[in-house]
Write a new protein. Structure first.
Length: 351
């Protein structure tokens, strides 16, 4: 039943809307979030993104990598109905050079990355040919037994590939950008789009970082084979974090907010005219670079918890989020890893 419902919503909507243009909620499939660490702190991650997953959260954060990294994760949502897969690779390039005579730093540090995720519902039954008479005409009659042998199956999937770049501008200012390719497939229908994200991180003072990531900065157009167009409006992800040393570890409270411009009056925490605001908050305690515990409050109004363990070259992170108090939508468990290629020949600035 759930898969049939998904088929109706996901397939017939773009067909019925052929020739029209839609904007509100069009980009929500790209806002789920990735990585056990980020989701453990309620997705308030833009200001502390400093590893390969920064390609999604804030590409400017890739600049903090000293070695190449790769990551992957998988989870299933809504009672295992929806599969969500993600993988990414990023590497540092160049190094800052200090002039021995003048003491002036020439900032040459850069980073590059590629990320890919897929959100999909697999095995959706297509019953259109099952409800047909001997002439092939569609009939919907409860007294007619459907031809189950004529039922076929298809997938609905959303693919996004990010190409990321980060550059250090000064001692405390970092910039980043994404170019992303979007492909949405639903049976015999498909849509394609290209979007751009621009981002920054700024260290206000030791320990205090602020950040911003303007996703779909130029408004992303997804063009469907049916003639339907979807417009993905910009989303501004804001963040702030303060890191302090306590109890042989790092305690980092974080804040974030997603600012949208789609007039989401009834689907946001607060709004000012057409501008909506969805806050996030979290806290992380990382003990001696060995283990970490996390808790947060995400933009959906749900509490999150998480934990992580640091091995020599591997970080493993877990997060848990509860969708609703009635448990009708199920809970989400996310396990992810970040593998660091910590070899001297791969280090930033290595000859």
């Amino acid at each position: 039943m759930n898969r049939v419902f998904a088929a109706v919503i996901m397939v017939l909507l773009p067909v019925a809307a052929s020739g029209q243009t839609f904007g509100k909620y069009s980009g929500d499939f790209m806002s789920i979030g990735i990585g056990g660490r980020a989701l453990g702190v309620g997705s308030a991650y833009s200001a502390i993104a400093n590893d390969v997953t920064a390609g999604y959260w804030n590409p400017a954060g890739l600049i903090h990598m000293e070695y190449p990294q790769l990551t992957a994760s998988h989870d299933e949502r809504f009672g295992n109905l929806v599969a969500y897969d993600y993988a990414a690779f990023a590497f540092p390039s160049g190094a800052n050079i200090v002039n021995a005579e003048t003491g002036v730093t020439d900032f040459k540090a850069e980073s590059y990355g590629i990320s890919i995720f897929r959100l999909g519902v697999d095995g959706i039954p297509d019953t259109r040919k099952a409800w047909a008479d001997s002439n092939g005409n569609k009939v919907y009659d409860e007294n007619i037994r459907p031809d189950y042998s004529a039922i076929t199956y298809f997938n609905w999937s959303d693919w996004v590939v990010y190409g990321s770049y980060a550059r250090q501008y000064s001692e405390d200012l970092f910039f980043g950008a994404n170019v992303k390719l979007i492909r949405r497939n639903g049976g015999e229908f498909h849509g394609t789009g290209i979007g751009i994200d621009v981002a920054m991180q700024y260290r206000v003072m030791p320990g205090l970082m602020v950040a911003a990531n303007l996703q779909d900065a130029t408004t992303t157009l997804i063009s469907w084979s049916t003639g339907t167009n979807e417009l993905v409006s910009p989303t501004l992800k804001l963040g702030a974090a303060y890191m302090m040393e306590v109890f042989n570890g790092r305690l980092t409270p974080v804040l974030g907010a997603d600012v949208r411009f789609e007039n989401r009056r009834f689907a946001s925490s607060a709004n000012l005219g057409p501008v909506s605001f969805d806050p996030q908050a979290g806290i992380e305690f990382d003990y001696n670079d060995l283990v970490a515990v996390r808790a947060g409050y995400n933009e959906l109004g749900n509490l999150t918890i998480g934990a992580g363990i640091h091995l020599r070259k591997l970080d493993v992170d877990y997060s848990f989020a509860k969708f609703d108090a009635a448990d009708q939508l199920g809970n989400t468990h996310r396990i992810s890893f970040v593998l660091t290629l910590e070899e001297e020949k791969y280090r930033r600035g290595a000859e």
